[in-house]
Design a protein around this ligand. Structure first.
Ligand SMILES: Cc1cc2nc3c(=O)[nH]c(=O)nc-3n(C[C@H](O)[C@H](O)[C@H](O)COP(=O)(O)OP(=O)(O)OC[C@H]3O[C@@H](n4cnc5c(N)ncnc54)[C@H](O)[C@@H]3O)c2cc1C
Length: 350
C-alpha cells in the first residue's frame, strides 16, 4: 500500500521531471523529487519548439532563459541536389524554434524544485519515472554518435539554422547567441576522431561537410560526444507508476524532438492528475497513456525514419532524398504541415 504522506514521487530532477513538478504547483498534491548527485553536464544544445516555449512561459521560466530564435531553417544534402527552406512566417509563428543550452534550461527549472529533493526513495501514491533512462526499455543502438561543439563563424550566426544530410548522418548548425551549436551525427570512430582533432583540423572538416552557407568556421570549443540510441518503454504506465521524458522514450537528436516531447509528456500528466483525488488511480493513468499515445508514437516514428532515411551515400538514395527535398520546397502545404508537426506534436494534425 502506498504511504499516506507523499502523493507524487518524481524520480529524476532533470528538465522533464522538474517541469512536471512546476506544472503541479498549486494542485495541493504533496511532491518529492528523488535525485542522484549530478556532475556538470557536457555541452548540449537544445532546440525548443514554439509549443515548448508556451509550456515554459506558463511554468514561469521562459523569461529567465537565454534563447536564440530560429526564423529560417535550410535543409540540404552534401554531395547532392535538393534543398528546402522553411520560414517562421509561413508556418504562422514568430519563430520556428529557439536554441538554448541544456545546462541553463535545467538550472532554470531545477531552482524551483530544489527544496523538495530527497536522497532516499520513499513510498508515494504515484511514482513518476523521469530518470532519463529505463532498464526495461527496448533499445536500438544507432551506428552513429553525436559530436557537439560550439563554433564561431565569420560572419556570426543570426537566426538561420542549417540542417545538412551527409553520407554519415545529419549535421545541424543551430544559431546560439552569435555562434553555432553544432550537432554532427556520424560513425562513432569519426565522432571520437573529430572530438580529439586539433582545432584547425576540426574546423576544416566542418567547413567541408557544412558547405559555404553558414559562413567560415574560425573557432570551436566545448566538443563532446553523445552515444545515440532509440529507447522505448513498452508500457508507459503501470501499477501506480508512469514514465515520462527520456525514461519513456529516448530519441535520435536529428529533429530535436526529445525534450520537446518530454515537456508535452509532463504537461499532459500534470493536467491529468491536477484535480484528481488519487493521482495513482488506474483509470487516471490509463487516460493519460491514451492521451499521449498518438503524439509519442508519431514523433518516435518520424525521428527514427529521418535518422535512417538521410543516411548513406548510395547515389539512388541520394537522388530520392534530393527529389523529396525539392518537392517539399515547392509545396507550401506539406512543408507548412511538416513545420507545424515538429513544433506542436500531434496537435498539429489536421
Ligand atoms: C546531442 C543531443 C542533442 C539534443 N538536442 C535536442 C534538441 O535540440 N531538442 C530536444 O527537444 N531534445 C534534444 N535532445 C534530447 C534531450 O536532451 C532529452 O530529451 C532531454 O534531456 C530529456 O530530459 P529528461 O528530464 O527526460 O532526462 P534527462 O535530461 O536525462 O534527466 C534525467 C535526470 O534524472 C537523473 N537520474 C538518473 N538516474 C537516476 C536515478 N536512478 N534516480 C534519480 N535520478 C536519476 C539524471 O541525473 C538527470 O538529472 C538532445 C539530446 C542529445 C544527446
Amino acid at each position: 500500500m502506498p504511504a499516506p504522506g507523499i502523493d507524487v514521487l518524481i524520480r529524476g530532477a532533470g528538465p522533464v521531471g522538474c517541469a512536471l513538478g512546476l506544472a503541479l504547483a498549486g494542485s495541493g498534491l504533496k511532491l518529492r523529487f528523488l535525485t542522484t548527485a549530478d556532475g556538470k553536464p557536457a555541452f548540449r544544445p537544445i532546440a525548443l519548439s514554439y509549443a515548448s516555449r508556451l509550456i515554459l512561459e506558463r511554468l514561469g521560466v521562459w523569461a529567465r532563459l537565454r534563447a536564440t530564435p530560429i526564423e529560417t531553417i535550410q535543409v540540404s544534402q552534401q554531395q547532392g541536389f535538393g534543398r528546402m527552406r522553411m520560414e517562421a512566417a509561413e508556418a504562422g509563428v514568430p519563430a520556428l524554434g529557439y536554441v538554448t543550452e541544456y545546462a541553463g534550461l535545467h538550472q532554470a527549472l531545477y531552482a524551483a524544485c530544489e527544496p523538495l529533493l530527497v536522497r532516499e526513495p520513499c513510498e508515494a501514491r504515484l511514482v513518476v519515472h523521469a530518470e532519463g533512462v529505463s532498464p526495461t526499455a527496448r533499445e536500438k543502438r544507432y551506428g552513429q554518435d553525436a559530436l557537439v561543439a560550439l563554433v564561431r563563424t565569420q560572419p556570426d550566426s543570426a537566426t538561420t539554422a542549417f540542417e545538412r544530410f551527409t553520407p554519415e548522418g545529419p549535421l545541424a548548425l543551430l544559431p546560439l547567441a552569435g555562434r553555432y551549436a553544432v550537432v554532427w551525427s556520424c560513425r562513432p570512430e569519426r565522432a571520437a576522431a573529430l572530438r580529439e582533432a586539433p582545432e584547425h583540423r576540426f574546423l576544416e572538416e566542418l567547413a567541408s561537410a557544412a558547405g559555404h552557407r553558414p559562413g567560415r568556421p574560425i573557432a570551436a570549443e566545448a566538443r563532446a560526444v553523445h552515444p545515440l540510441m532509440l529507447r522505448v518503454q513498452r508500457t508507459r504506465v503501470g501499477s501506480r507508476e508512469v514514465y515520462i521524458g527520456n525514461a519513456a522514450q529516448t530519441l535520435h537528436p536529428v529533429a530535436g524532438q526529445g525534450l520537446n516531447l518530454g515537456l508535452r509528456d509532463a504537461w499532459d500528466l500534470a493536467s491529468a492528475i491536477f484535480d484528481g483525488a488519487d493521482p495513482g488511480e488506474e483509470r487516471v493513468l490509463a487516460r493519460y497513456a491514451a492521451r499521449r499515445r498518438l503524439d509519442a508514437q508519431a514523433t518516435i516514428r518520424i525521428t527514427d525514419l529521418l535518422a535512417a532515411a538521410f543516411l548513406g551515400s548510395n547515389p539512388l538514395v541520394r537522388a530520392a532524398r534530393g527529389g523529396a527535398l525539392a518537392a517539399l520546397d515547392m509545396l507550401p502545404g506539406p512543408r507548412r504541415f511538416f513545420a507545424r508537426r515538429m513544433m506542436f506534436g500531434a496537435s498539429a494534425l489536421p
